[in-house]
Design a protein around this ligand. Structure first.
Ligand code: MN
Length: 148
């Protein structure tokens, strides 16, 4: 737990020192609607100090057991989670980016080929799995995302 040692040493009822906002420590996710050459959705999770990112052509499913392709793309900086705006035409990803959903998540399971996260967003809530395709298509960048 982050800040565990700091908190263990202090009684915040008696001391005016800040306890730290526990809610803001929860890792965040974002889904951005990206109207580029092809409209798609970018699903991003805060992990390892970056945003692990997948492009989801048909969007993250809101119903259980619907599997959608999620193509892993390069890690993005954490600050990208709040980015909305227009990338100029002709530039990489040119088009508009809008936040479709965002919130916090709990990491329930993580292996090289699978993540299970509990999303707590406005639209997306509940357990989701990302599972890498078996085989080596696209160098392992193809995953499936589904609500469990
Ligand atoms: Mn994109």
């Amino acid at each position: 737990m982050p800040l565990e040692e700091y908190r263990a040493k202090r009684d915040f009822v008696r001391s005016p020192e800040p306890e730290g906002d526990r809610a803001s420590e929860a890792p965040r996710f974002v889904v951005q609607e990206h109207d580029a050459t092809h409209l798609h959705f970018d699903f991003r999770l805060t992990l390892d100090g970056v945003l692990k990112s997948w492009a989801v052509p048909k969007g993250v499913p809101e119903e259980p057991k619907v599997k959608r392709l999620a193509v892993q793309v390069e890690d993005h900086p954490l600050e990208y989670a709040t980015f909305e705006g227009t990338i100029p035409k002709g530039e990489y990803g040119g088009g508009t980016v809008k936040i479709w959903d965002q919130g916090t998540f709990l990491l329930k399971e993580r292996t090289a080929d699978k993540f299970v996260v509990e999303l707590q967003g406005r639209k997306l809530k509940g357990p989701y799995a990302l599972v890498r395709f078996k085989g080596k298509e696209q160098n392992g960048k193809n995953w499936l995302i589904m609500k469990l």
